[in-house]
Ligand binder design. Sequence first.
Ligand code: ATP
Length: 252
Amino acid sequence: MSQSKLATESLNVYYGQNHAIKGVDLSFPRNTVTALIGPSGCGKSTYLRCLNRMNDLIPNAKVEGQILLDGNNINEQKVNVGQLRKRIGMVFQRPNPFSKSIFENVAYGPRHHGVSSKAKLNEIVEESLRKAALWDEVKDRIHRSALALSGGQQQRLCIARALSMSPEILLLDEPASALDPISTGKIEELIVELKKEYTLIIVTHNMQQAARISDSTAFFYVGEVVEHGDTNQIFTTPKQQQTEDYVTGRFG
Ligand SMILES: Nc1ncnc2c1ncn2[C@@H]1O[C@H](COP(=O)(O)OP(=O)(O)OP(=O)(O)O)[C@@H](O)[C@H]1O
């Protein structure tokens, strides 16, 4: 049996007394896109943040259970979180480039992790921007400020920044919700392209988007996964009434 790239077993998250994630078991096969859907406040972002230990940064958050990366539990004290986040990159809802040049945004991570050769950095920056489908648009202004790019370009730059670390998994938290439809379309095309090389997990409020780009979908409701399955099945023949009500827009 082929092992999932990433999986959680009996994952629980508490913010003080608030039990935000309740015993979630999910697995993410390599080279697939999984969409996490569900109404506001049901725990999608909290769950996503567990996967690369971002909840460590939230003082009252407690994460219990197993998070298995290639079969090894990464939810343990001894795990080097810096190295882990190299392997599992993250892109947020609002594009958040540094106030630096396009080049420096992408070179920042590799340089911080010890790459000092100018030729190597040039190579990483070009390759990452190409993979993020941004190179052709920015190659003539690579040393200009990233803040002069459009929102959609900034978001692709943030994806390039994550790719510069040669991750294996990309976590995307509503990556297109702040973008116009054309930029959203480019991000969606990019996500589908990236799954050839990476395993992707995306939180989205946009049902059409989930249906267009994901292979499997997990429906979250008040901290639990109500249903997880093939995206086509979830949207056409859901097994649970709550899933059907949500995907047909009856609530949420
Ligand atoms: N930093 C935090 N501190 C305390 N409670 C939090 C924190 N972040 C989220 N929560 C709580 O955890 C629960 C799940 O929130 P979360 O943001 O994960 O949901 P979500 O499904 O991603 O929502 P949305 O779709 O609105 O982004 C909510 O009850 C929320 O109030």
